[in-house]
Design a protein around this ligand. Structure first.
Ligand code: ZN
Ligand code: ZN
Length: 273
């Protein structure tokens, strides 16, 4: 639709093929696409009515800033580079191939874990707002970072499915979404690997946050079940989760998937704590 508006004469012309508004006044000719105008109007009015604040420090954000954090807090987001554990991706201070906890056991079901960012205060604030405050669009911020992790590691290229770590039905009812499933959905759009919700969490567990390494593994033991055994048979899958701390949840999910016939289980998480 095209409108030609002459302010002095009030003549206007509508052209159905072009979504443009053209405005003429005293030989000043202005052209603007309707969707862009609407977008700008929405952005301005939303900013005036609901000014956006940084998810970490709470400072007011510039209207044009599309990031969820202010520039100072954005600078606190740190990718994982340099020396890392060959299995879990944990940064290593003194070199070597494996971190302390991966060195103890070599018989891992989830043999390759990589994460988008380190668990810095800004990254933690984002995950907290995403999971507990319901800002589900934060998933779209993490997905490209996880995609970069995917692209940087050829180990992921042969994967058949992305499998989100499930949450219990009761938690899903309360929260309204599974953060790992949203991350898997948005990552899938970028890397092209389809999502398969192959796992179910049958038992409600305590939060892992207050538990140590061994307790975490015990806490998640036998809580998952494979709901799509026929689909995972002989397949390589990438587990998707928000945070990897001791890898206990990923390891238990991988055990169940391998028992159900999966050929290989790898994992990508948004953050590595
Ligand atoms: Zn900030
Ligand atoms: Zn490790």
């Amino acid at each position: 639709m095209q409108f030609l508006i002459f302010a002095k004469t009030s003549n206007y012309h509508v052209d159905k093929n072009h979504a443009q508004i053209k405005f003429c006044y005293n030989y000043v000719y202005l052209s603007m696409k309707i969707p862009i105008m609407l977008k700008l109007f929405k952005s301005w009015s939303l900013h005036i009515l609901f000014p956006r604040a940084c998810f970490c420090c709470g400072r007011d954000m510039a209207r044009k800033d599309a990031n969820p954090l202010c520039p100072e807090c954005m600078a606190d987001l740190k990718p994982i580079d340099g020396l890392i554990c060959k299995r879990c991706g944990q940064p290593l201070k003194d070199g070597g191939r494996y971190c302390y906890s991966c060195r103890k056991s070599r018989n891992f079901k989830c043999g390759f874990i990589r994460s988008g960012l380190k668990f810095t205060p800004s990254a933690r604030a984002l995950i907290h707002n995403f999971k507990y405050q319901g800002y589900i669009n934060i998933s779209k911020f993490f997905a490209p970072l996880m995609h970069k992790t995917f692209r940087n590691n050829p180990e992921f290229f042969e994967a058949d499915f992305l499998v989100p770590v499930p949450i219990h039905k009761s938690k899903f009812k309360k929260r309204g979404f599974n953060q790992a499933a949203l991350l898997a959905r948005d990552l899938s759009k970028l890397c092209g690997v389809p999502v398969l919700e192959a796992l179910e969490r049958k038992i409600k567990t305590k939060s892992q946050t207050s538990l140590g390494g061994k307790e975490r593994l015990e806490n998640v033991r036998r809580v998952f079940e494979c709901a799509n055994k026929a689909f995972v048979k002989n397949k390589a899958v990438i587990l998707i989760d928000d945070v990897c701390t001791t890898c206990a949840t990923l390891e238990e999910c991988a055990r169940v998937l391998k028992k159900s016939g999966a050929r290989e289980v790898l994992a990508i998480t948004a953050l590595k704590e």
